[in-house]
Design a protein around this ligand. Structure first.
Ligand code: PMP
Length: 460
């Protein structure tokens, strides 16, 4: 526990929090009976709360973010050195870490060429939406402006990205939404919406084509997809899906936007999730793992084809991308991101992620043989979901409160796991795991051991 914080100070901190902090995604009535949880220290995969209780964090800071683990002094030092040298200048000018990180990042992304800095996943995605609309105005007479998004995917919390949320409850009470966003169906093979067919992936991708033909391809600018759906249920698209999606985009001149906010920077055992599937995107957005939460940074990465669409007519005063993100000029972001990437390379964390991810899924499959309630286990690298069902034949989801009881039982035993967000009526039944890429075999076994105990407690 943090030796700088004395127990008396902690009570004061908790009361300050209770009185003045508005927590994310939280019904504050809860804090009339329990204290808000306050984390005070982290090392590796462990965190400690204000009561001194230790936890093994299997969700990388709660929302799959702290990819290289807590307490990295080398990142703190890189950020400190940069801050005392130059903390900020608007990003219409360049910076040393900004230039060096962009080159290093592009090195990992064959086919891509440009990095646009901002500071959250939502913002990075909004930049794409603005680029697509501007491309439509400048090159397609304003026609090709619609963005397709997929059922169960999530792209952020701003009004624009909410309009692209495949989780409709997230939009409720926040309307009206901006026009021009159109949903395409999902591809969760386990739930078999296209039946039990051999070419499931192709069929699921063709469902996207059906929407394109219904809307008119001349109206559609981009298709925005998570490579593996994260909060919507850790859904790995089936074989054949991505090749068909890529073909469809090319056939109808639709730009492909891959949202790597969760999968990016090592989470799946590749630098980027899309690299598991051989796709060539036009836009890639990323945030969480870029600097593992040591600084706020997000990137909108494009290929040269997209970039050139904004500099083909310098005589037109409206031709360039007229957008700014004030804190996209915070130089701590790329300074932290550079060191974060060095750590992943030098510590061979991609290899570790692949190995430990296999162990995590093998452990969960073993639990599946003993716990009837585990219907499906899926994922890639250290990114994994276990769907809980009350009946394996009908695949009836268990109740959300039962899933929350499993999460709570793990927490009580000192292991933090996640569950699909609470915005999917009837589908809040997937346990989520995204431990830091540094996880060891014993960490993984400790996580699945806690899940074993919790499942027995909740379901017998
Ligand atoms: N895209 C995906 C796939 C996400 O999971 C999230 C956040 N959970 C976002 C975008 C939005 O990122 P942020 O919260 O940084 O705006």
């Amino acid at each position: 526990m943090n030796s700088l914080v004395q127990p008396n100070d902690i009570r004061d901190v908790i009361e300050a929090d209770r009185a003045h902090v508005w927590h994310h995604l939280t019904q504050h009535k809860t804090f009339e009976t329990v204290d808000p949880r306050i984390f005070v220290e982290g090392r590796g995969m462990r965190v400690w709360d204000a009561t001194g209780k230790e936890y093994l964090d299997a969700v990388s800071g709660g929302v799959w973010t702290v990819n290289v683990g807590f307490g990295r002094e080398s990142i703190a030092n890189a950020v400190r050195d940069q801050l005392v040298k130059l903390n900020y200048f608007a990003n219409s000018a360049g910076s040393i870490p900004g230039a060096l990180f962009a080159r290093k990042l592009i090195d990992k992304m064959p086919g891509m060429s440009r990095v646009y800095y901002s500071n959250s996943g939502s913002e990075a995605n909004e930049k794409v939406f603005k680029m697509v609309r501007q491309i439509a105005h400048r090159h397609y007479g304003g026609q090709k402006y619609k963005i397709l998004y997929r059922e169960r995917d999530y792209h952020g919390t701003t009004i624009g990205t909410l309009a692209a949320a495949g989780q409709p409850e997230r939009r409720e009470q926040y309307g009206p939404m901006p026009p021009g966003f159109v949903e395409v169906p999902h591809c969760l093979e386990y739930r078999g919406q296209y039946g039990d067919i051999a070419n499931y992936g192709e069929r699921a991708a063709q469902a996207i084509e059906d929407v394109i033909l219904r809307e008119g391809p001349e109206t559609i600018g981009a298709l925005c997809l998570e490579p593996i759906t994260a909060g919507g249920g850790v859904i790995v698209p089936p074989a054949g899906y991505w090749e068909t999606v890529q073909d469809i985009c090319r056939r109808y001149d639709i730009l492909l936007h891959i949202d790597e906010v969760v999968c990016g920077v090592g989470r799946t055992g590749k630098w980027f999730g899309y690299q598991n599937f051989g796709i060539e995107p036009d836009f890639v957005t990323m945030a969480k793992g870029v600097a593992s939460g040591y600084a706020a940074i997000s990137c909108t990465v494009t290929n040269e084809k997209v970039f050139n669409l904004f500099k083909d007519d310098p005589s037109d005063p409206l031709s360039f991308f007229r957008d700014i993100s004030t804190f996209g000029g915070c130089v701590a972001g790329p300074a932290a991101a550079l060191e974060n990437m060095r750590i992943i390379e030098d510590e061979n964390l991609l290899e570790n992620t692949t190995l430990m991810g296999e162990r995590l899924r093998a452990n969960l499959w073993e639990l599946q043989t003993r716990h009837e309630v585990i219907g499906d286990v899926r994922g890639a690298g250290l990114f994994c979901g276990a769907e809980l069902v009350s009946n394996r034949q009908t695949k009836e989801p268990v109740e959300e409160k039962q899933v929350q009881a499993v999460v709570a039982a793990c927490l009580a035993n000192g292991v933090i796991i996640g569950a699909t967000n609470r915005s999917l009526p009837g589908l809040n039944n997937t346990l989520c795991f995204s431990p830091a890429l540094i996880a060891s075999a014993s960490d993984i076994d400790e996580v699945t051991g806690a899940v074993d105990t919790a499942l027995t407690k909740v379901f017998g």
